[in-house]
Design a protein around this ligand. Structure first.
Ligand SMILES: [Zn+2]
Length: 601
């Protein structure tokens, strides 16, 4: 934050050997101009000493978003020279690896530009209204020197632009910040612009909400709800493990997302998504999610993410916990914070269960494998994804629900998944020691005092159907299946540039069996034009067993297929109360959700 986390700095402390200067003299060009200075005698690297060469590498991904993003692809105009402005020879040794011959100079200065025109929480964006950057997408690290402190000076292009970041600002300087090491720099995004800053406190700790973009967000209404979320999560984990925290909120015409950090988070939300109650609730779930991550995944980290390897994929099978359990809590926390009621919570739960039970990939990919393959599957969806994949967010959240219910029922709500989170925090989070999948299982088993071998084999490493009814019943709830009134074609169609495009064809569904393909342009059903919006309406005129003619362009060839409707359309699921709940069921429900079961009867 701009005036935040000011560390006492004694004049005897030497300035870091690695210093960055970030400027943006022409923001409309989307180019950040970066200058790096490395004082060679001040850094110890055996590589550097023996080879007389300085290696610079740019990360290929950023923690929290498990996809190789090749940030170096946005780099241009690289040059290197000495403190006397003598050009230094350099070469590229790999896609993200530059090597400079140091020629005995004491200081190497490197300059380059980074094109920044991707407005997401995990990339860089610069235009005439603001600059936003993530360390992994802007800065080099020096192998063997990634633990060295780094100083960053930001040169703002306009006098009314301010700089917000969670890094501590050096007193009496203009926009100069220190990061204790490269990981900290990567974990501290910067917002530069004329954004509004709203300070508030929770439990004596300073917080700021920084808002860039125009829309219908009303900070005076958002902040009290954010405060409640912070309070509920602080109570769960036993306090707030920081002195100050920054919420960076981007509101814009498109996009939705969040990225967690230890002392901040970036949120991206549609500009008119704050007044409609349902959308406003969704925003608070996003806040609850990213804030929960400051414990779960930023400090309670899978072993594979204990030390980040910025050059390649970091494989873990535990994202069902790091992301899925966080997703379960992002539904639960706003309820506990009084932001929405138990009916909204159960409606949300029903939607998630529907999504899970209508994604046939759940029968193909175990959630532990979904986590492992995040790098090649979850973020790289294609026409077959729903046939062969299940999201570790979604299924991980539903497994967390089952584990919470399992523990709560056994201990009459005296224990819960909250105890698992607290134990993970005590054992791994506070000291930031990575946990293995076996250690995670042991902690859950210790809290539950149960052997969960079969549970893990069936639901985490296997693809058995999750037994929602069995786990919900002790809480007076059950799944209600609502069948759709129309038969199923087994395909999804969307309108794109005035064309109706088949996006997904279900494995062995009616459409696939008849020869329809993802990518086909849908033209007509039984000789009449049809569009994506009206497709289910049209199907209501048919019954299972009917044969209809579906006309498409397949690779520009006009084809009519005979499609036999074999099934009814996938059902919707709701979580509803059982008939005549017992006193025990009512007590369990109230202990879990803090509300009477009668309220939803
Ligand atoms: Zn997340």
């Amino acid at each position: 934050m701009t005036e935040a986390r000011i560390l006492p700095i004694s004049p005897t402390i030497t300035t870091p050997a690695i210093q960055y200067k970030v400027s943006m003299p022409h923001p409309e060009s989307h180019l950040f101009e970066v200058s790096l200075s490395v004082r060679l005698e001040q850094i110890t690297s055996s590589l550097l000493q023996t080879s007389k060469k300085l290696d610079l590498k740019m990360p290929v991904w950023t923690p929290g978003s498990y996809l190789i993003r090749e940030y170096a692809k946005h780099l241009q105009d690289f040059c290197a020279y000495s403190e006397n402005e003598r050009p230094l020879p350099w070469q590229k040794l790999g896609k993200n690896h530059w090597q400079i011959e140091t020629l005995g100079v004491s200081e190497v200065i490197v300059q380059y530009r980074i094109f920044a025109n991707e407005l997401t929480v995990r990339t860089n964006h610069l235009d005439s209204t603001h600059g936003y950057f993530n360390g992994a997408a802007l800065f080099f690290y020096i192998p063997e020197c990634d633990k060295n402190p780094i100083r960053i000076k930001v040169i703002s292009p306009k006098s009314d632009w301010q700089v917000s970041t969670s890094l501590p600002k050096i007193p009496d300087t203009e926009n100069t910040f220190d990061a204790e090491d490269f990981d900290t720099l990567v974990d501290s995004p910067f917002e530069i612009g004329s954004h509004q800053l709203y300070p508030f406190e929770v439990e004596g700790k300073k917080h700021q909400l920084a808002i860039w973009g125009k829309g219908n967000a009303e900070p005076e209404k958002l902040i009290p709800d954010i405060q409640k979320i912070i309070e509920v999560e602080a109570e769960l984990f036993g306090g707030l493990p920081y002195e100050e925290y920054l919420f960076l909120l981007h509101i814009s015409g498109k996009g939705f997302g969040g990225l967690e950090h230890k002392f901040s988070c970036t949120l991206n939300y549609p500009r008119f998504g704050f007044r409609n109650k349902e959308k406003a609730d969704r925003f608070m779930q996003l806040v609850a999610h990213e804030f929960f991550h400051l414990w779960n995944v930023k400090r309670i980290r899978p072993k594979a993410l204990e030390v980040f390897d910025y050059e390649q994929e970091n494989y873990t099978s535990s994202l069902w916990f790091s992301e899925g359990t966080t997703s379960y809590y992002d539904l639960l926390i706003p309820l506990k914070a009084g932001i929405y009621d138990v009916k909204t919570f159960l409606k949300g739960l029903g939607k998630e269960i529907t999504l899970l039970l209508t994604t046939i990939g759940r029968k193909v990919q175990p959630v532990s494998e979904s986590s492992w393959d995040a790098w090649i599957k979850l973020y790289r969806r294609d026409a077959n994804s729903n046939n062969c994949q299940i999201s570790y967010y979604l299924k991980g959240a539903m497994i967390s629900l089952l584990l919470d219910l399992l523990i709560r029922e056994k201990y009459q709500n005296q224990r819960s998944l909250d105890d698992v989170m607290r134990q993970m925090w005590d054992e791994f989070g506070k000291s930031e020691i990575g946990f293995t999948p076996e250690q995670l299982k042991s902690v859950i088993e210790e809290v539950a005092e149960l052997d969960l071998g079969e549970f893990f084999e069936s639901y985490i490493h296997g693809v058995d159907e999750l037994p929602f009814d069995e786990y919900l019943r002790p809480f007076g709830l059950r799944l209600k299946k609502e069948d759709n009134e129309w038969p199923d074609l087994g395909m999804n169609v969307v309108s794109e540039n005035s064309k109706e495009i088949i996006k997904f064809v279900q494995h062995q569904g009616a459409a696939q069996l008849a020869g329809l393909d993802a990518g086909d342009e849908l033209l007509a059903i039984d000789g009449f034009r049809v569009n994506a919006d009206k497709l289910s309406d049209r199907l209501k005129d048919y019954q299972v067993g009917d044969v209809l003619e579906v006309t498409v362009f397949h690779q520009d060839e006009l084809i009519t297929h005979q499609v036999t409707l074999a099934h009814s359309s996938p059902s919707r699921y709701q979580v509803v109360p059982v008939k005549n709940p017992t006193a025990k069921q009512q007590e369990n429900f109230a202990g879990w959700l803090g509300s009477s079961l009668e309220y939803i009867l």
